[in-house]
Design a protein around this ligand. Structure first.
Ligand SMILES: Cc1cc2nc3c(=O)[nH]c(=O)nc-3n(C[C@H](O)[C@H](O)[C@H](O)COP(=O)(O)OP(=O)(O)OC[C@H]3O[C@@H](n4cnc5c(N)ncnc54)[C@H](O)[C@@H]3O)c2cc1C
Length: 382
């Protein structure tokens, strides 16, 4: 069956696909977005909602400056409040190497316009984050205008606005094949029929490698399960407590409802599509929680869920058209940071699609880097 034609088919309706569909439609493109499940039901719906500018690569900092600006204007633009709460991001550092790195990064952040990011001594860390403990803390960085936003609200904002601009959003339909004719994309096959198109955006998150294979394009994205736990109410912790990250272990937490949301990357993680909560992860985190935020450890866990990080070898996204196949675009491999990058990514790729220069150079994120050499790996990965 024919599902008609489109200037571009977006594969995947997470926050990235919805942002791209909106921004492409805003530039006059006829867009069809195909989502095999429900919009925002995968990594986007499982994410911690963090939004920061404190990255190690300059391109990510510039992109995040843009994302923060776009998030702040999202309600005016789409009518939906993204629930962006600028409670700040606090990095807690415990070794000399981190101190040197973050002091160097701080001057880069300030040079790029993140003017309110600052160095904080251990005493100020205790004021900002009273439940944090540890004689080993050497200092940290704090940016009060970083924060958290709602993945559900941001995704709905973009999906709704895309529809109003004429984009077709098709849920419960899987892309099963990508047709290539004369060396370029010619159509997308789905479980409901075919869409003729000269362009495909691979926004399939943890499944980006599989969608790449459909077009014969190697997309080095691997799924890594990550757990999130939310505590019982903790009335002693204020609701504007900053997102706090113990850099050595990647243990992080921020206010969620009346409790705290927390998570941590574990050693010896292996790729898998498993999204059942791994309760053993809680035991693996226990020592770190007890040492860094014992009050959180004593609060009890009210709920938990698991989702997938979509990791690339250099922990940077893959953005833009690929050299191997005309009409095949990537917007995937966000390595655990895609929620906050979605506003800028949609805007920048839509500009590229209509032949305009993106305000932030995207060379560091080009697919070709996996053959020509990595330009700028991201080090501040949580
Ligand atoms: C526990 C956890 C915490 C996180 N915390 C943060 C955070 O604090 N800040 C942050 O910025 N990021 C965070 N992330 C990362 C963030 O969630 C992702 O980077 C982001 O959601 C990626 O969005 P996406 O649209 O690319 O992927 P997804 O939301 O996974 O969307 C991809 C979509 O593609 C669909 N799809 C796949 N294959 C097909 C197909 N063949 N046909 C049709 N549809 C298909 C899937 O069903 C899915 O809905 C976190 C992730 C996890 C798991």
């Amino acid at each position: 069956m024919s599902l008609g034609s489109a200037d571009a088919v977006v594969v995947g309706g997470g926050v990235i696909g919805c942002s791209i569909a909106y921004h492409l439609a805003g530039r006059g493109a006829k867009v069809a977005l195909v989502e095999k499940d429900a919009l925002g039901s995968q990594s986007t719906g499982k994410c911690a909602g963090g939004v920061r500018r404190q990255f190690s690569s300059e391109t990510n900092v510039l992109m995040q400056q843009m994302s923060v600006r776009l998030l702040k204007g999202l309600e005016a633009e789409t009518g939906v409040d993204p629930e962006f709460r600028q409670i700040g991001y606090l990095f807690v550092l415990t070794n000399d190497h981190q101190v040197a790195d973050f002091k160097r990064l701080l001057s880069m952040w300030q040079r790029l316009g993140v003017s309110d990011a600052r160095w904080v001594e251990p005493a100020e860390i205790r004021e900002l984050a009273p439940i944090v403990r540890g004689d080993d803390i050497l200092g940290g960085t704090f940016c009060p205008t970083d924060g958290i936003a709602s993945p559900h609200a941001v995704t709905s904002a973009y999906a709704g606005a895309a529809k109003r601009l004429g984009a077709r959003i098709i849920e419960g339909v899987a892309v099963t094949g990508i047709d290539v004719r004369g060396g370029r994309v010619s159509a997308v096959t789905t479980s409901a029929g075919e869409i003729t198109t000269p362009a495909v955006f691979n926004c399939a998150g943890a499944w980006a490698r599989e969608v790449g294979k459909m077009a014969g394009v190697a997309v080095p994205v691997e799924p890594y399960p990550r757990n999130i736990f939310v505590t019982e109410p903790m009335p002693a912790v204020t609701r504007d407590h900053p997102m706090t990250i113990d850099m050595t272990t990647s243990f992080y937490f921020h206010p969620e409802g009346e409790g705290l949301l927390f998570g941590m990357g574990l050693r010896n993680e292996t790729p898998s599509f498993e999204t059942q909560v791994d309760w053993a992860a809680l035991d693996a985190m226990a020592e770190v929680v007890e040492r860094r935020a014992p009050a959180l450890g004593n609060a009890g866990v009210r709920t938990a869920w698991a989702g997938l990080y979509e990791m690339t070898p250099d922990h940077q996204p893959i953005l833009g058209p690929v050299d191997d196949l005309d009409g095949f675009w990537c917007a995937c491999g966000f390595s655990g940071h895609g929620f906050q990058q979605a506003p800028a990514v949609g805007h920048l790729l839509a500009r590229c699609f209509v032949g305009e220069r993106p305000e932030v150079p995207l060379d560091a994120f080009a697919h070709r880097r996996f053959t020509t050499g990595v330009v700028e790996p991201e080090l501040n990965v949580i």
